[in-house]
Design a protein around this ligand. Structure first.
Ligand SMILES: [Cu+2]
Length: 334
């Protein structure tokens, strides 16, 4: 039996979030009767300017930009069908993980994680995969698709293959190379997020991607360094600015091999959980959630008080080896 009182409470919480967003944008609460899509069009979201690119590490990408970099592909219309075409390139790239350690990554589009591909449920997605690396790789997407598009077959170096399928179901899905040993191909950096938006959209929010990964530097089946969005301690040393009282929507993915499960925890706040992004209403509220490898969720929260707040897995060894960051909550009137 669904608990109607609890359901009503959840709905109230969501309405409150939407209301806050609208008020911040100077729009009356009467607009609440509008559909989600119209609410998004009102765009009440406030996002602080990104800190300047930090050049102290030799990197082929900027982890600060990775947070909000959503790749919607090239939009096409084919026989009345919306098509999103993505082009991705597998490369080997040297990443400077910290002042002392460099690592040869296998990656997509010269970044770890690879590009965050984004479509709406029902779109036809076409991923043109160029393997320009020296090893065989593949792209295996989670979600529903025919077996020919399952991406477990190797694509030899120098070859191109096309994956095409309908984006379904809506939610948050990982993609990754599926060539054996998969632990090695994922550990080297060949993974990313595939976000499928529900047709009706979600309420406007400051949206960010947080992919947890790890590096087995000694090739001994254990991880020596961990990271959010590719680079250990990047957001520890360069906190992520967000606004007070702004709804934050995190797309969180665990792609850490060898450690069976980890948690994700935020300080001094609670988040609402949309498991696998497969619902429009949260299933629970917590400040720590356990995730096995390839598990992913949408987490929503709003910081009430300004200040710098930590986030990290609560396996503190992992946090202390690179998987640690801060949100820098800026006063809303700043
Ligand atoms: Cu691979």
């Amino acid at each position: 039996m669904p608990d109607l009182f609890q359901l009503d409470l959840k709905l109230k919480t969501r309405r409150q979030f939407i209301q806050w967003g609208l008020l911040a944008g100077g729009i009356s609460a009467a607009a609440l009767k509008f559909s989600t899509r119209q609410v998004q069009a009102a765009d009440p979201v406030r996002i602080p300017p990104l800190p300047k690119t930090d050049n102290t590490l030799d990197l082929t990408f900027d982890p600060m930009s990775v947070l909000r970099d959503f790749n919607y592909g090239t939009l096409k219309e084919e026989d009345g069908q919306t098509v999103r075409e993505f082009e991705v390139f597998a490369h080997s790239t040297t990443l400077q993980l910290n002042s002392a350690i460099t690592f040869i990554s296998w990656n997509l589009n010269d970044r770890v994680p690879g590009p965050t591909l984004r479509a709406t449920e029902g779109d036809l997605v076409r991923i043109i995969f160029h393997n320009e690396d020296g090893h065989s790789h593949s792209l295996h997407f989670h979600g529903t698709h025919p077996v020919e598009m399952d991406g477990v077959k190797s694509v030899r170096r120098g070859k191109t293959t096309v994956y095409e399928f309908e984006a379904e179901p809506y939610g948050v899905h990982p993609y990754h190379c599926h060539v054996a040993p998969v632990t090695r191909h994922i550990g080297k950096g060949l993974y990313g997020l595939f976000i499928v938006d529900p047709p009706e959209g979600r309420p406007a929010a400051d949206e960010m991607v947080m992919v947890m990964g790890a590096y087995d530097l000694e090739s001994d089946g254990t991880n020596e360094l961990y990271a959010f969005n590719g680079i250990p301690n990047y957001y520890r040393d360069r906190p992520i600015p967000i606004y007070q009282n702004q709804l934050i929507r995190l797309y969180v993915l665990n792609m850490i091999e060898f450690d069976p499960a980890i948690t994700f925890h935020i300080h001094a706040n609670m988040f609402e959980v949309y498991r696998t992004g497969r619902s429009l209403e949260p299933s629970e509220e917590s400040d720590v959630i356990t995730m096995g490898t390839a598990e992913r969720h949408i987490l929503e929260f709003t910081y009430k008080y300004p200040g710098k707040y930590m986030f990290h897995p609560h396996q503190d060894y992992i946090a202390e080896h690179g998987c640690l960051g801060f949100f820098d909550v800026i006063p809303e009137d700043a």
